[in-house]
Design a binder for this molecule. Structure first.
Ligand SMILES: *Cc1c(COP(=O)(O)O)cnc(C)c1O
Length: 382
């Protein structure tokens, strides 16, 4: 298998090196307050049979991955939910089972391997919480340093988690978008490998592994539908990339219908799909902190794939998220954070439109223990 970068806007190709993050041509058109221009996609060329190992389809050799068990998360059958809603082919892909408790480990794992391959020892990023705690944990296993910018409003558990793993933490009096700008300025002036989501192409590529696993766990078939919580739009882009790779390799006949779910108060990508383009940024407001973004960094790239592959975007209210979080816990034993519950809330909103004989996977992305304060709203304390 060989790998290079392909610009998602102009189609130019480049060799994969740590100095290159976005397309040198398209990024010159970057304006503030719009999603990233010139996102580079990893292009794979070669052959694989259906017994592939996920590592075979990644652009960094296996020997560079740190010793921490990321991915291979359970895909299971929530039978009480199946019965309640008459959906016998509903599955949960439980990414709370990752080492740091969130889906973000998939990206951190590949970024850490990439840094080790190229001999880089500091990683810099901004995060709403999970990407930061994830990168800190995976970097600890890899012996890499992390400089992390978090908005002061990040849930305390995520901050404490990153500090436990040994990150240098910069608490930003501002939004995630402010933290993002500060981290980019640091990389520009002082160096370090950016692990900012969408900016580092490995963040997208690492996230594709979840799609490859679904295929393997469903007996080498792709599901019909996948529900995915969406903030910056990088998870959904990674999931597209994984299924597209399977189609490219001739291993799958189709890309599933992806259903991106956003909070009503943070719905930039949903609006963009309705309008076939991005409208001016609006300040986000939702209790689902992990999907609260003003400008979705991976927006253009996600939008392009949604349009090309018939993807859907829907919004759910914060109340629907809190209710879905509680119902998922009581019907399945799975306690997830609000952003992760959004995929279940999206499923509940869409379920009438899903044929009972089609398979659907709910991607749950973060553990409930990461944000106890919000979960308290769904229960009455004695
Ligand atoms: C980051 C995150 C998301 C959203 O992913 P994007 O790539 O920002 O769209 C959803 N759920 C959880 C728990 C997350 O940490």
């Amino acid at each position: 298998m060989t790998f290079d970068y392909l610009c998602s806007e102009c189609g130019k190709t480049f060799e994969i090196t740590p100095d290159l993050m976005v397309c040198p041509d398209c990024s010159t058109r970057q304006r503030d307050d719009e999603p990233l221009r010139g996102i580079l996609e990893v292009r794979l060329q070669g052959q694989a049979d259906e017994n592939f190992s996920v590592f075979d389809l990644l652009p960094v050799e296996r020997e560079f991955f740190p010793p921490i068990p990321v991915g291979n998360t359970p895909l299971w059958e929530p039978s009480r939910i199946r019965e309640k809603y008459g959906k016998p082919r509903l599955y949960i892909k439980d990414d709370t089972a990752n080492p740091t408790g969130s889906f973000k480990d998939r990206a951190s794992y590949l970024v850490a391997a990439f840094a080790r391959k190229f001999g880089l020892n500091e990683i810099v990023l901004a995060s709403t919480g999970n990407a930061g705690s994830s990168m800190s944990g995976v970097a600890a296993a890899a012996g890499l340093k992390v400089r992390l910018y978090l908005p002061a409003t990040a849930p305390p558990a995520k901050m404490v988690q990153a500090l436990q793993y040994g990150a240098d933490l910069v608490k930003v009096e501002g939004t995630y978008d402010d933290a993002y700008d500060l981290s980019m300025a640091w990389c520009r002036d002082k160096g370090g490998l950016s692990r900012n989501t969408a900016h580092n192409p490995m963040t997208i590529e690492g996230k594709k592994t979840v799609a490859l696993e679904m295929y393997q766990q469903l007996g080498r078939r792709v599901p019909d539908h996948v529900f995915i919580p969406v903030g910056d739009g990088v998870i959904i882009s990674g999931v597209y990339k994984g299924f597209r790779d399977l189609v490219t390799l001739g291993l799958a006949p189709k890309v599933p219908v992806l259903h991106g779910v956003q909070a009503e108060g943070s719905s930039a990508l949903t609006r963009a799909l309705e309008n076939r383009g991005f409208t001016p940024a609006q300040p986000s407001k939702t209790l689902a902190d992990s999907i609260s973004v003003d400008v979705p960094r991976g927006g253009y790239y996600a939008l392009k794939q949604l349009m090309e592959w018939g993807g859907k975007m829907i919004t759910v209210t914060d109340q629907a998220i809190v209710d879905a979080q509680k119902e998922l816990s009581t019907l399945s034993g799975l306690f997830v954070e609000p952003a992760a519950a959004a995929s279940y809330a999206g499923f509940l909103k869409e379920k009438e439109t899903l044929p009972a004989d089609e398979s659907a996977v709910l991607l749950v992305t973060g553990s409930g223990l990461k944000d106890i304060e919000t979960a308290r709203r769904g229960v009455a304390l004695p």
